[in-house]
Design a protein around this ligand. Structure first.
Ligand code: UD1
Length: 417
């Protein structure tokens, strides 16, 4: 199963339930190690990144079991504070374990995460915050050695950029630190609120998550808890864009529309028909798919960078020229050369992509360069005439549960080869 094959140009129809959010489940699984008793995390999607997190938890000495979409973690016998290099390499976001491990044991050793397919991804903000909280950090031979000889203590932290990962790591390190931590200019993404909800349900005292300023009063103990992961807003948008691009009509269930406002506005702007309900929506294309003159990726509640590739893919079929400005990551356009193989007309310069709509895409062999870029190719392949073969699909499986089966259920001719 190393390729996805799509015989495209078939209108999608039907209903789909949206998986739990990848970007929420990873920090929540890391947070389970701070609890003294067994925790049950529901609505965990079956993804390779989740499996890597489970491997990390087991490596640290936690007991983990998965039953359906519930992952149970008991960290009471945790006896290790090192994440081996191979697991760090499998998933760059394993850096979110740093705050949790050091918060639990006062020590941590991880390999430096380095760059990834989106360009350099420094963790300087994570490290300087931990340092302010009493963690001494030494980098040697590609590893980070973290040690808090006096234990962790609360601190006032001003983030120069509202980094999602840094906000998560600081919260994780602060929940059991001595005293109060304040994060100014914190990330406001729904995944931050989900992490805080999980921790608060276990007895943490976190206030203001989801706003600019987060206050964390350290507590001594966190107890057993149960929590259900929020829906994946980026997976939702992927299915929506596919329906629009194939001129279909679908209903997506188990979503939180309030987490998706910037993306929903864009579908309205491009002339789509949208009916929005409490936890579901129906979408189809309007008479024409209209161009969107300018979209800029921004931190939440702005337009999310992760939805950029999917929306760019959709706008390749718009009536006219659209522009996307990528403001969060430096090197996010690698998949665009692959989209062009299907006949997309896109020019990039620096952080700007100019997308000139075409009337039809044509199937072609291509390869996923990263998770969301890979999803953009799937959307394009579903819309394209004839056959598209997508290679290097491991990237896609990091973030989409049952992608191929879900599209089959919606009427697509898609399979693994
Ligand atoms: C998370 C998401 C990712 C999403 C991103 C932005 C997970 C697993 N990943 O990534 O899908 O695209 O948020 O919404 O949740 N930066 C620094 N120094 C730091 C930290 C970040 O310069 O110490 C920069 C990064 O290079 C990047 C920007 O800040 O340019 C945003 O990064 P950040 O918000 O930290 O993203 P991640 O947490 O890595």
């Amino acid at each position: 199963m190393s390729q996805i094959v799509i015989n495209g140009a078939k209108a999608l129809s039907g209903e789909i339930n949206i998986q739990g959010a990848k970007n929420s489940v990873l920090p929540v699984l890391a947070a389970t190690i701070l609890c003294d008793k067994e925790c049950h995390v529901h609505n965990c999607p079956d993804l390779s990144d989740v499996n890597t997190s489970i491997k990390i938890l087991k490596q640290l000495g936690c007991k983990c079991a998965r039953q359906g979409n519930t992952v149970s973690v008991d960290s009471s016998d945790m006896n290790n504070y090192k994440i081996p290099e191979n697991l760090m390499r499998e998933m760059r976001s394993s850096v979110v374990f740093l705050g949790a491990i050091v918060g639990k044991t006062g020590k941590a050793v991880i390999s430096s995460p380095g760059g990834c397919e989106l360009g350099p991804r420094p963790i300087d903000l994570h490290l300087s915050a931990l340092n302010k909280m009493g963690v001494c950090i030494r980098e040697e031979h590609g590893f980070l050695y973290c040690d808090a000889p006096e234990g962790l203590y609360g601190a006032e932290i001003n983030l120069s950029f509202p980094s999602v990962g840094a906000t998560e790591n600081i919260i994780l390190a602060a929940v059991k630190a001595k005293g109060m931590t304040v994060i100014h200019n914190a990330a406001k993404e729904p995944e931050i609120s989900d992490l805080a909800d999980f921790l608060n349900s276990a007895g943490a005292r976190i206030y203001g998550a989801g706003s600019d300023t987060v206050y964390i009063h350290g507590v001594e103990k966190l107890s057993a808890t149960e929590h259900s992961i929020i829906p994946d807003r980026i997976a939702a948008v992927t299915y929506m864009a596919s329906a629009v691009m194939t001129n279909g009509k679908i209903v997506i269930n188990d979503i939180m529309p309030s987490h998706m406002m910037a993306m929903l506005s864009l579908f309205y702007e491009s002339g789509c028909n949208l009916k929005i309900y409490k936890n579901s929506l129906e979408i189809s294309r309007g008479d024409k798919l209209l161009r969107v003159p300018k979209i800029r990726s921004l931190v939440y509640p702005g337009f999310p960078t992760d939805a950029g590739p999917i929306i760019i893919s959709m706008l390749t079929l718009a009536d006219g020229t659209s522009m996307f400005v990528e403001n969060i990551f430096e090197n996010r356009f690698r998949y665009i050369d692959e989209l062009k193989r299907l006949g997309a007309k896109i020019k990039t310069e620096g952080k700007i992509a100019v997308i000139e709509g075409v009337s039809q895409l044509l199937g072609a062999p291509c390869k996923a360069t990263d998770l969301r870029g890979g999803a953009a190719l799937v959307c394009a392949g579903l819309a394209a005439k004839d056959t598209t073969v997508i290679g290097e699909i491991g990237h896609i499986e990091r973030g989409y549960e049952n992608l191929v089966d879900n599209f089959k259920k919606l009427g697509a001719d898609i399979y693994y080869r």
